[in-house]
Design a protein around this ligand. Structure first.
Ligand SMILES: NC(=O)c1ccc[n+]([C@@H]2O[C@H](COP(=O)([O-])OP(=O)(O)OC[C@H]3O[C@@H](n4cnc5c(N)ncnc54)[C@H](OP(=O)(O)O)[C@@H]3O)[C@@H](O)[C@H]2O)c1
Length: 239
């Protein structure tokens, strides 16, 4: 997403915990003409998150904010999630994601303009077999986002929830198993940015997964469970 917007000439502010990775991303953006401002912190640190969003907005008013940070952890040998993984997943994927949207909205509401994109997942639409907290935490951010969108109606601040299917990234590199209809990050970024211009409530792709997940609420439970097992992936190492 950063590279896509850098190519369009956007001023960018990026955060992450991993300095070398953030540096690589910033260098790639600089190579196409836009060196982003970067900040190293953990989005679970609420005051750091709020302070950073306020500081970046004071530096240059935020037009578009992505609540993108996310993690996906797998199950232990006993078939259960490590409680620490579960707690961290909800803190990053639901709490930090929704707080990012709230802090950005506070800044944007003062001038009555701006756009927020909460990155949820197609995994929010069904209970994924091997990643329960991931599914549930993404369902949390999706519902929060849709509810917040309604509260923001007529305020000038727009909010969309993005539910991608599989995208090739370090996250999916940590999965083992079927990842049907996987997209490249470039294709996903271009699709998301194009759709965001129309301010939809939800952006979900690819259409093949939309179709399959649409069936989930209609077909019998035993068939859903069979399909769930047939298409489940495992997380080999969580990011
Ligand atoms: N790839 C897919 O198939 C897919 C599908 C649907 C939705 N998504 C969602 O898309 C988003 C991006 O995923 P990705 O595929 O690009 O995964 P990724 O390669 O693992 O990237 C995750 C990003 O989140 C950041 N992050 C994670 N925990 C953080 C924390 N506590 N504080 C600050 N930053 C944190 C990471 O930065 P640091 O590690 O440097 O902190 C990294 O930039 C996630 O929300 C993911 O759930 C991905």
């Amino acid at each position: 997403m950063a590279l896509h917007y850098a190519k369009e000439g956007a001023l960018l502010s990026l955060c992450g915990r991993n300095g070398p990775n953030l540096g690589k991303c910033a260098d790639a953006c600089a190579a196409v003409g836009q060196r982003p401002r970067t900040a190293l912190f953990d989005v679970r640190d609420e005051s750091a998150l709020k302070g950073w969003i306020e500081a970046e907005d004071a530096h240059a008013p935020l037009d578009l904010v992505f609540a993108n940070a996310g993690i996906c952890r797998g199950l232990g040998p006993d078939g259960l999630e490590d409680p620490k993984d579960s707690s961290e997943t909800f803190k990053v994927n639901t709490i930090a994601s929704t707080l990012t949207a709230v802090f950005a909205a506070e800044a944007m509401l003062r001038r009555g303009s701006g756009q927020i994109a909460i990155i949820s997942s197609q995994a929010s639409r069904i209970p994924l077999l091997n990643t329960p907290s991931y599914s549930a935490s993404k369902a949390g951010s999706r519902f929060y986002g849709l509810s917040m969108r309604d509260s923001l109606a007529n305020s000038g601040v727009r909010l969309s929830v993005v539910c991608p299917g599989y995208i090739k990234s370090p996250m999916t590199d940590s999965f083992k198993g079927p990842m049907p209809f996987i997209w490249t990050a470039e294709k996903a970024a271009s699709h998301i940015s194009k759709k965001l211009k129309k301010n939809p409530a939800i952006i979900r792709f690819p259409w093949q997964l939309n179709f399959m997940l649409g069936l989930y609420g209609v077909i019998p439970g035993f068939l859903c469970r069979w399909l769930g097992r047939r298409f489940s992936f495992k997380v080999i190492h969580g990011g």
